[in-house]
Design a protein around this ligand. Sequence first.
Ligand SMILES: [Zn+2]
Length: 153
Amino acid sequence: LPADDVFADVAALAQRLDHLRRTKRLEKEAQRSRREARRFPNRSDRVAILAKAGRRCHLCGGTVDGDDWVADHVLAHSVGGDCRAENFLPAHRLCNQYRWDHGGEEFQWILKFGVWLRTQIEKQTIIGREAAGAFLAHERSRANRRKRKVGGP
Ligand SMILES: [Zn+2]
């Protein structure tokens, strides 16, 4: 499916997203035997990683407080990114969690959807209100699951 056809209709967009997800999965499987053991940056690597990004999260640009950040692989470890300090940048835990190992085009789509949807929610369009309601229900459900995990059975 050529990338330009993605704008043809909803099914074409869904197909493109599915294609990106499948391609990434194949790439991960191909890399599995080749990738080096995961190695976390040591204390002096972390100091250098934080300094090269000016103490900012490389995903959102926000400042990083104290030691509350993660060293994020720029090229994901799962697709062959190495564990040298050069392949790490600082990221907030939340930003890193949502960045996950989405490929470049996948992540650009996610940003485009997010920016578009944010406008819909802010303007309280029909679709914005609908999506915000579903999103809030989803977030509450996630928060409740986390509470149950921490608090016992
Ligand atoms: Zn961030």
